[in-house]
Design a protein around this ligand. Structure first.
Ligand SMILES: NC(=O)c1ccc[n+]([C@@H]2O[C@H](COP(=O)([O-])OP(=O)(O)OC[C@H]3O[C@@H](n4cnc5c(N)ncnc54)[C@H](OP(=O)(O)O)[C@@H]3O)[C@@H](O)[C@H]2O)c1
Length: 281
């Protein structure tokens, strides 16, 4: 029993005192707006070459021009719809190119329910599309990235999930379930790959202001108090720091960290009632 506690303490020390890893090249999906754009900016600011991926090539090109003019880095634009198998394959190919190695994969592209509705009222194809984008694409890219990172004994994977993955979310059943998958996969990966020099981190934000160019209509119609909103640049800053220091889970915002802790100790029946009231209208 004692040795179990000793090992736990040493694992925790390793995480806490782990030096910041430097990533010199990154591939960021969903970089044309919102959190992904902030993540790409932050990485370029820190000196990493970045491959930016999304469907809207025009937005990626203007981001690339902006970043090249500010920082001495290479920015590569890769226009792709990650739910189209051939386009996802092109991204995978770039990710695993041995001549141009990528040492940080950021799976950020994702979509919620627009508009939010009970599962029974959403078209099935629409829900399956979310599974393709939020689950299958990051799973395939993560698997491909590991095949090059583990032999090199160096790499990082940052998966953008949501606090929705910890909690029930009436009117967003598939979204919450896809994020639960991503959180669980990343935490397991953190345990599996750490010894091979590959760090996996899952980012679980609450409400983040998308800014200009983000998807519209995804946010609930209820009025939310100002304090619940997170700034996307601040979220990106915390997320990059977390993956560089080898933290498994990053939940930006003290109030969100407290809410997640509380949800773990509250009886599930109480959570159901709270979330039914909050979102179920
Ligand atoms: N905003 C929040 O409150 C919040 C909270 C928790 C978690 N998140 C998560 O954060 C991530 C980013 O979301 P965001 O809020 O920043 O939203 P956003 O501004 O709408 O960004 C979504 C990004 O994903 C890309 N994308 C969407 N569908 C795609 C597809 N089929 N193929 C390739 N790229 C695609 C979009 O680019 P194109 O349209 O150009 O393809 C865009 O760059 C998502 O995973 C989301 O679930 C957001």
């Amino acid at each position: 029993m004692r040795s179990v506690f000793a090992r736990l303490a040493s694992a925790q020390r390793e995480t806490r005192w782990h030096g910041m890893v430097t990533y010199t090249s990154a591939l960021v999906t969903g970089a044309s707006s919102g959190i992904g754009q902030s993540l790409a900016r932050r990485l370029a600011e820190q000196g990493a070459d970045v491959v930016v991926v999304a469907r809207r090539g025009d937005r990626l090109k203007s981001l690339a021009e902006e970043l090249r003019s500010h920082y001495q880095v290479s920015i590569e634009v890769l226009t792709a719809d990650l739910t189209v198998p051939e386009e996802l394959a092109a991204v995978t190919e770039r990710l695993t190119d041995p001549d141009r190695p990528i040492d940080l994969l950021v799976n950020n592209a994702g979509a919620g329910s627009r508009p939010p509705r009970p599962l029974a009222d959403q078209p099935l194809e629409y829900e399956l599309g979310k599974v393709d984008l939020n689950v299958l694409a990051p799973l395939r890219l993560t698997h491909a990235a590991l095949s090059i990172m583990i032999p090199r004994r160096h790499g990082g994977i940052l998966n953008v999930s949501s606090i929705a993955g910890f909690l029930p979310q009436p009117q967003g059943a598939t979204y919450a379930a896809t994020k639960a998958f991503l959180t669980s996969m990343t935490e397991t990966l953190y345990c599996e790959a750490r010894k091979s020099g590959v760090h996996a981190t899952v980012l679980c934000p609450g409400f983040v202001r998308r800014g200009e160019g983000g998807a519209h209509g995804g946010m609930r119609s209820i009025r939310l108090p100002e304090f619940v909103w997170l700034d996307r640049d601040e979220v990106a800053r915390e997320a990059i720091a977390a993956v560089r220091s080898g933290e498994p889970v990053c939940i930006p915002g003290r109030h969100y960290r407290a809410a997640v802790k509380l949800s773990k100790i509250l009886p599930r029946s109480v959570s159901y009632r709270v979330f039914e009231r909050l979102w179920g209208r």
